[in-house]
Design a protein around this ligand. Structure first.
Ligand SMILES: *Cc1c(COP(=O)(O)O)cnc(C)c1O
Length: 471
């Protein structure tokens, strides 16, 4: 049969809808979804017939059982939301591609209540009139940071942009050459600076910047001294920088405000649990910075947000900027953030999932790895071989780049499948699993897998190992 004949032999939409296999889908899916799937599959078949290497290959695309199989598959895909939960078996705790931080159940519950009902978002219940959406979260941020005032925006990139625009538009901002950083996903200090309308004045060298460098750069055009946390890299060797305290003192002497982009921003000193030291938010305020910005969903462990804190006059100017309205956060973020911050206020940061995963002791991880391996052996031990091995997890999110977190992984492989083929099947499983590959095995790092997720993870591993090869 020629390709034209093959195309003519493709059934119409109504014909396919009448097939028994397809009618059975109606008990599980709305008709509109099935119609869409049929249309899309028939389009796909039409294109495939024209693109096929030869007529023999083209013939395959017009067979009715093939069309029915594809429709059923597509209907299933259309039924799941595009954005959905995955299991993070990479061991990277603050994984930006996988949503960074998880909310604890308390925060989920309080966020859910605000989401599902009316709230006093912008209503002052005592005065009986309009209020500000920021007072709720600002109050708790002030209490735990020691800052005079706080504003919350969409993310830390927005926070930096808003601060620079509010405090330095048309004027100069002095930054060390060692701190002109790029954070993943196109956030670069010089570019954000340009967009804010402020002019960047670089001082010092890549490896060394001295107080004198800042002092000499200050003119009547200077609006701000900016210190940026190096977040995702570290300099070693012949290096020198100016500490925040020293920079703040210089700013005070010269009458110029000092801003600190902290990046991650943590309210607890993680060295308490033996991790490397990151500057805390309280230390930045204590050092005398006028404005400090940081992320809500990095080490803090909350929702995506950019938090701006500092002196009342600088914050007033930032709050009044019309750009603030464009960068504002919704009630879900505010509810989640306030709830997460309560963990810090109540001095129980280890109940925040991000912190809990970062400080999980190796003994606990080894127990979880053993449990995972036992379940894998029970469910699919005949096709999956597994071994428990020590490994290294990462903090992620551009925080503590050199920190190695000793962990335990379950290394799995399946006869007849390469590690990358197994990895791909895991990503396509009904609950997708994202893992690492090393030495031709897939490594499942249990640091970022909750105990409650183990049954689902085992189900996905079983599905991936037993699935027939993709057509
Ligand atoms: C991560 C980071 C940002 C951007 O923060 P987001 O919350 O991802 O927008 C800005 N500055 C520094 C130093 C960072 O580490």
């Amino acid at each position: 049969m020629s390709r034209q004949d093959l195309l003519r032999s493709l059934p119409g939409v109504d014909t396919v809808l009448g097939w028994q296999d397809i009618r059975e889908l109606l008990s599980l899916h709305p008709r509109v979804r099935i119609v869409r799937a049929v249309r899309e599959v028939l389009d796909e078949c039409r294109r495939a017939v024209l693109d096929a290497a030869d007529e023999e290959a083209a013939r395959h695309w017009v067979e009715s059982h093939e069309i029915a199989r594809r429709v059923a598959h597509r209907v299933g895909k259309l039924a799941v939301p595009g954005l959905r939960p995955v299991i993070n078996a990479t061991g990277v705790v603050i994984h930006t591609n996988l949503g960074r931080s998880l909310l604890d159940t308390e925060s989920l519950e309080s966020t859910g209540k605000v989401a599902g009902g009316y709230s006093n978002l912008e209503y002052d219940l005592e005065a009986g009139k309009r209020g500000s959406r920021y007072v709720h979260v600002a109050r708790i941020i002030r209490r735990i940071s020691g800052a005079e005032a706080a504003v919350v925006v969409n993310n830390n990139a927005a926070a930096v942009l808003l601060c620079l625009n509010s405090l330095a538009e048309g004027r100069e901002v002095v930054v060390s050459r060692g701190e002109l950083v790029e954070i993943g996903g196109s956030f670069r200090i010089p570019d954000v600076m340009a967009r804010s309308g402020a002019h960047l004045v670089e001082v010092g060298t890549t490896n060394k910047t001295h107080p004198e460098d800042y002092r000499r750069a200050i003119t009547e055009r200077t609006a701000l001294l900016l210190k940026v946390h190096q977040s995702n890299f570290q300099q070693v060797g012949f290096t020198a920088g100016v500490g925040l305290e020293e920079l703040a003192a210089l700013g005070r002497r010269m009458g110029i405000p000092v801003m600190n982009d902290l990046g991650s921003g943590s309210f607890v000193d993680l060295s308490r649990w033996g991790l490397m030291k990151e500057p805390t938010v309280q230390e930045a305020i204590g050092a005398g910075a006028d404005v400090v910005t940081f992320s809500g969903d990095k080490l803090l462990g909350g929702p995506q947000a950019g938090i701006i804190i500092g002196k009342a006059d600088a914050l007033e100017c930032i709050a009044q900027n019309p750009l603030n309205r464009a960068l504002r956060v919704g009630k879900l973020t505010l509810a989640a953030l306030e709830s997460v911050l309560m963990h810090y206020e109540e001095e129980r940061p280890e109940t925040i999932p991000t912190i809990r995963m970062l400080i999980a002791p190796p003994s606990e991880l080894k127990r979880r790895a053993r449990r995972l391996q036992r379940r894998i052996r029970e469910k699919c031990g005949h096709v999956v071989s597994s071994e428990i091995k020590p490994g290294v997890s990462r903090v992620g999110g551009g925080a503590l780049p050199l920190q190695e977190l000793p962990t335990w992984v379950v290394a799995v492989n399946t006869k007849g499948l390469t590690a990358s083929a197994l990895d791909e099947r895991l990503r396509r499983a009904s609950t997708p699993v994202v893992a690492r590959i090393a030495e031709d095995r897939v490594l499942l790092d249990v640091r970022t897998v909750a105990d409650a997720e183990i049954p689902l993870l085992v189900k996905s591993v079983t599905e991936a190992a037993m699935a027939p090869a993709e057509a």
